[in-house]
Design a protein around this ligand. Structure first.
Ligand code: IPT
Length: 958
């Protein structure tokens, strides 16, 4: 016979959301009522199981002086140098046996103790509320020895009325936090499992007549230009908005002319809600969001989401994110033309939404709900389809909506992520629609849009997005009339995502397609002494999903990755197109609301990549959606034989809250004259002497025909190269059974090609080396001929490649690689830059003259992989050589080999050797997004086809 013991830990596995707390209500950062932050150093004791220690620690007088300390807010696993356990990363698998609502006996439990005095001026009357903004995953709370309740719902606020328990001095707050609880089944988001009191804890004075909950309704009628304000408040009072001359009782609507709030024009009006006992500052934004004519409209206009999914993450503090970091995220987003955030997959720290109101972003506020691990059992026993869990789900919905309902930035409520389907979700949607009919409801898992106001998908292919845009996707009647968004797309794991421009075209072409949210904002790499940044498995987890947690547009230290730079260009809200030779530009205002008066335009003219003249360009202050053609000035004379073109840029005309005057918003380049052909180097005859072949400035190994020197520059290992250290997107996701090129390349052996020398021929004017490049085990290969010619000072190589046998896969790259001495530590080039580019990630690559150290050419992906290629390079100067390409080439250089790059698991594995390895590629394969979504589009694949390309090498004095 078996039985479960009943003891005081039963609440952990109880499906109820909690006991003893106050009903949820609006969150506000400040009021004139007193408050006391309880953040700080708290006493801490960790137990391995929930019942290991009794509750005596909560008694006043308990001596915790021998305990450790932790910072609150914080996660204990990220403190104590490993003494308090470690983070665990799983994507969707529960890191414990699935037997809802039960959790393991090994349930790390942190007892937290904090002693505090009330400030001298703390009022003697009234009540007080103890507020927890976030505790993972289940907490039981005592104040001054009294058990005041427990709660679950990690990223949601929980409040307790505690006034009667408070003393002037020596208050003892005891919080017992369990890592695992029934709530963990609802919190299976793809992220680190990080227990702790990770958001603020505060004591709020509640004077007699204090406001309790209130709901600011502020709509905008775009036809009349008027806003209607009504503040519903549980405790009656008055609402004043001096700027609008508003002074009205709560519950009373008032309509006045206003400037509306939008993400582009985040106009907020300062107001005050005054009840008998409290004054609360309000920041009111007037806007109306509806679905009308099958599209989401704000203030009467269709909007386009240029969004990102943002998890809360800090490389040292986990989900404890301070205000400066939140602001930094949003400023970076705004600077990169991002206009929307999905708070994947839980409500963020509430102050984040204040910043969204202020800086201007559309927000999809998502509930703290994901049950993804149930997919492994065909969703059997999924809590969202089991009535016993519905109260917990409704509690979560209410805690989100009530907390965040007063933010104009929040336009959509999301029920959660990857939770399958079920009655519980329907109940949540019904409750939300009823409580807040003025916003829309989203849930991606609701494929038929039974409960939602928009059709939403993740990682749909371009072809499918096109179908949906054209309304040819079928689906239920209801769905056919709804707008479409991609709540996740373009998986930014490692190098990539590729294909952004192609998606953007589909969003701009079809009314129904209202944009999307790139997955995701930041790499969740945890700072680590030996590894740089840690990912799944680095803490010895028995079950983990590796570096799938590092899939952001910014690195863990918040520096932008090339993916963010690309995204900025792709979504720029002004389109600049034109005809370079004719000297005309067409400017289109792609904003949804703002006119162009906030931008200043600038032209410049480049000759061989150098700017020779620049000036300002008068562009009319076009309204949103309008375009105009503008004439460029006469091009500067006398640039015969050179490659020339215009660059036109749109810059902020004035400082804004997120960038200074002159910040670049959009740009384009319009070529005028093309590059002149590269003169052929020929005339010299190869001669053989001292086991070397001499040709012009170069020498070769007489036996192998391998290049040895160009002038005084030593060159090693020059040969054809088709391999790249596969990217996360090349490798694809483990669950995908479609074509995954990284695996196919590996299987074929493109990383272990053999180079057979068939002939070394000395002709009258050329050295010709014939080879066959092929992997062991297969009959296919690449016949490769290197033809070297030279004049007195210049050496030219022409590589001809002819595939042999049946090639069913495209190539990672096609070009040559060679080594230079480590003194080649710097490069100058004329071509695409300044950052990395690949065939489907090259929108932001700008033609110009660039230079960089070899170290700075590397993109520091958390898991090392192919990176750092520069596109369209006409010439590059490195290590005493000038290399000209015919045609242009992809340039890459690094202080380690591709093999070392491929083998590295962390950045710290990459140790510079004494050779700089240079790759000059005629072609590179596209990147795509297959680490979670579709692979590269066919037009970006590099087919194994006959190819010929040349490089000219000249020794130079740098
Ligand atoms: C999708 C999840 O919603 C998101 O949380 C994240 O895990 C992302 O994938 C990948 O990084 S779910 C995916 C299986 C489609």
């Amino acid at each position: 016979m078996s039985f479960r013991t009943t003891d005081s830990t039963d609440y952990i596995e109880d499906v109820s959301p909690g006991r003893g707390g106050l009903p949820p209500r609006a969150w506000y950062a400040a009021s004139d009522a007193a408050s006391l932050s309880l953040n700080g150093r708290w006493r801490f004791r960790l137990s391995a199981t929930a019942g290991a220690e009794d509750e005596s620690f909560a008694e006043p007088g308990f001596d915790a002086s021998g305990w450790d300390e932790v910072a609150v807010p914080g996660h204990w696993v990220l403190q104590g140098d490993g003494a308090f356990g470690a983070p665990i990363y799983t994507n969707h698998l529960y890191p414990f046996p699935v037997d809802p609502p039960y959790v393991p006996t090994e349930n790390p439990t942190g007892d937290h103790l904090h002693t505090f005095d009330l400030p001298d001026d703390w009022p003697a009357d009234g009540d007080a509320v103890l507020r927890f903004d976030g505790v993972e995953s289940c907490a039981r709370v005592w104040l001054n020895g009294e058990d005041i309740g427990e709660f679950k719902g990690s990223r949601l606020p929980h409040e307790f009325a505690v006034g009667r328990l408070l003393k002037r001095t020596g208050n003892v707050l005891a919080v017992r936090v369990h890592q695992w609880s029934s709530g963990s089944y609802l919190e299976d988001q793809d992220q680190w499992w990080l227990p702790g009191i990770f958001r603020d804890v505060a004591l709020l004075h509640r004077p007699e007549g204090a406001a309790s909950d209130f709901f600011v309704h502020a709509s905008y009628d775009h036809r009349s230009g008027e806003g209607t304000l009504r503040v519903d408040s549980l405790v009656e009072g008055r609402v004043t908005v001096p700027e609008l001359g508003i002074d009205v009782a709560t519950g009373e609507p008032l309509t006045v002319p206003v400037e509306p709030w939008t993400a582009e024009t985040p106009r907020l009006y300062d107001g005050v809600l005054a009840t008998a006992g409290e004054r609360i500052p309000l920041r009111i934004g007037f806007r109306t969001v509806v679905v009308e004519d099958g599209v989401i409209k704000v203030n009467g206009k269709r909007i386009l989401f240029r969004g990102v999914n943002r998890h809360e993450f800090h490389p040292e503090k986990g989900r404890t994110v301070d205000l400066d970091t939140m602001r930094r995220d949003l400023v970076l987003m705004k600077q990169h033309n991002i206009n929307a955030v999905r708070t994947s997959h839980y409500p963020p720290h509430p102050a984040f939404l204040d910043l969204c109101d202020e800086l201007g972003l559309w927000v999809i506020d998502e509930c703290d709900l994901e049950t993804h691990g149930f997919v492994e059992q065909a969703w059997r026993d999924n809590p969202v389809d089991d009535d016993r869990w519905t109260p917990a789900l409704l509690d979560r919905a209410a805690r989100m909506v009530e907390r965040d309902k007063n933010h104009p930035s929040v336009v959509i409520w999301s029920l959660g992520n990857e939770a399958g389907t079920g009655r519980g979700l329907t109940a949540m949607a019904e409750w939300i629609h009823d409580r807040d009919p003025d916003r829309l409801v989203h849930y991606e898992g609701d494929i038929n849009c039974r409960d939602t106001d928009m059709y939403s998908r993740m990682y749909a292919s371009h072809a499918e997005v096109e179908q949906i845009g054209r309304g040819l996707d079928g689906g239920t009647h209801k769905r056919r009339d709804l707008p479409f968004i991609l709540c996740e797309y373009a998986h930014a794991m490692g190098n990539g995502p590729g294909g952004l421009s192609d998606y953007q075209r589909l969003f701009e072409k079809y009314e129904r397609n209202q944009g999307g949210f790139v997955w995701e904002w930041i790499d969740h790499g945890i700072k680590h002494a030996e590894l740089g940044y840690a990912y799944g498995g680095d803490f010895g987890e028995e079950l983990h999903d590796g570096n799938f947690v590092c899939d952001g547009l910014i690195f863990p230290d918040r520096t932008p990755s090339p993916g963010l730079v690309e995204y900025k260009k792709v979504i720029e809200p002004v389109r600049i197109e034109g005809d370079g030779p004719a000297g005309t530009v067409r400017i289109t205002n792609g904003h949804d609301f703002a006119d162009l008066s906030h931008l200043a335009f600038e032209w410049s003219y480049q000759v061989d990549g150098e700017t020779v003249e620049a000036g300002s360009l008068a562009v009319p202050g076009l309204a949103a959606g309008e375009s105009a053609e503008v004439k460029l000035p006469e091009p500067p004379a006398d640039s015969r034989g050179a490659e020339t073109g215009w660059t036109v840029r749109a810059l902020l005309a004035e400082d804004t809250a997120w960038a200074t005057k002159g910040h670049e918003v959009a740009w384009a380049q319009l070529p005028v004259t093309e590059r002149a052909p590269v003169p052929v180097a020929a005339g010299e005859q190869p001669t053989s002497r001292d086991r070397l072949i001499h040709l012009g400035p170069a020498s070769f190994d007489a036996r192998t025909g391998e290049l040895r020197t160009v002038g005084a520059v030593d060159v090693t290992g020059l040969r054809l190269d088709v391999w790249r250290a596969t990217t996360d997107n090349d490798n694809g996701a483990s669950w995908q059974d479609d074509i995954r090129y990284g695996l196919l390349w590996q299987k074929l052996g493109l990383h272990r090609m053999r180079h057979r020398i068939d002939a070394v021929e000395l002709g009258d004017d050329a050295l010709t080396v014939r080879t066959r490049v092929a992997p062991a085990a297969w009959e296919l290969g690449l016949r490769t001929v290197y033809r070297w010619t030279a004049d007195g000072s210049r050496l030219r190589l022409t590589v001809s490649v002819t595939p042999d046998g049946e090639w069913k896969v495209p190539l990672p790259r096609l070009g040559i690689r060679f080594g230079l001495p480590s003194s080649a530590d710097h490069v100058k080039w004329f071509g695409g830059g300044p950052g990395e580019a690949y065939p489907d990630t090259r929108a932001a690559s700008r033609l110009g003259r660039w230079q960089s150290s070899i170290d700075d050419l590397q993109t520091p992906y958390v898991r090392p992989q192919e990176n750092g290629a520069r596109a369209d390079v006409r010439w590059a100067e490195i290590g005493g050589l000038r290399i000209e390409g015919d045609p242009e080439f992809w340039f890459t250089a690094r202080r380690w080999t591709t093999e070392q790059l491929d083998a590295a698991e962390h950045r710290t594995d990459l140790v510079p050797g004494d050779t700089v390895w240079v790759n000059l590629d005629n072609g590179q394969g596209g990147i795509g997004s297959q680490s979670c979504g579709p692979g590269p589009l066919p037009q970006y694949l590099l087919g194994a086809e006959p190819a010929e390309f040349s490089f000219t090498f000249t020794e130079i004095n740098e």
